[in-house]
Design a protein around this ligand. Structure first.
Ligand SMILES: Cc1cc2nc3c(=O)[nH]c(=O)nc-3n(C[C@H](O)[C@H](O)[C@H](O)COP(=O)(O)O)c2cc1C
Length: 211
């Protein structure tokens, strides 16, 4: 996939699903970082996530996938075709099948509702189905839950998912890099996700590296 302003092919697609846990900014920043790293990004945003985005940010994002592509491309500077968005029941999307899904998917942030649906294989919407496909195909699946405190149900589902090969990467930023801005806390988590994906970044130094 290329566009005129970007004559070399994009790097392989990564699926990013934003669900209705607090911390939508983590997911939006992740999309921005993947675009900056020249990856194609396939995006799904749940209905609850749209409500959370409207509640906790000043960002206005349309629900319709075609308009969402424009809005996210405008925000991130993505090239033509670099971002694709899929709707809740877009079962024809490539992420719905093992033959079309990319090698990595991140649910960021991940609500406990979606966490539980993924752990039990519900597949009632495209986000849940795409995660189910990632698990059955033994592809990389990273879930970024945000809830506190966790119930036994949440913890049991996280353990089950870890045993299935998924990575549970809680939205729990550290403070040892002495953050002074909210963006520093967001980048802490996004950097950890990119590390898991094996994508080079300069969001923050790794432990033991010079800043
Ligand atoms: C402003 C707001 C904040 C929320 N924060 C959380 C949260 O931090 N964690 C969580 O698991 N659910 C949270 N919820 C509840 C979920 O959005 C709700 O369970 C929803 O059904 C999740 O649906 P989804 O997984 O399809 O996005 C929040 C809801 C709203 C409106």
């Amino acid at each position: 996939m290329m566009d005129d302003a970007h004559p070399t092919p994009w790097n392989e697609p990564v699926t990013v699903a934003i669900t209705g846990a607090s911390g939508a900014q983590y997911g939006l920043r992740l999309i921005e970082a993947l675009v900056a790293a020249d990856h194609v990004v396939w995006v799904m945003i749940s209905k609850a996530a749209h409500l959370v985005i409207a509640t906790e940010t000043a960002i206005e994002l349309p629900a319709r996938p075609e308009r969402l592509v424009e809005a996210l491309s405008g925000r991130t500077g993505a090239g033509a075709g670099q971002i694709r968005c899929f709707g809740r029941e877009d079962w024809m999307a490539p992420v719905a099948s093992g033959s079309g899904a990319p090698s990595a998917m991140v649910i960021c942030p991940c609500s406990t509702g979606t966490l539980s649906a993924v752990a039990t294989g519900a597949s009632n919407n495209l986000i849940e189905r795409a995660a189910d496909v990632a698990l059955k195909e033994r592809r990389k699946l990273i879930l970024v839950p945000r809830e506190t405190p966790f119930s036994a149900i949440h913890l049991e589902h996280m353990l089950a998912l870890t045993r299935m090969g998924a990575v549970i990467l809680p939205a729990a930023p550290g403070f040892y890099h002495q953050p002074t801005r909210i963006d520093d806390l967001i980048d802490f988590i996004v950097a950890r996700i990119l590390n898991q994906l094996g994508i080079t970044h300069r969001l923050m130094p790794r432990w033991g590296e010079d800043p």
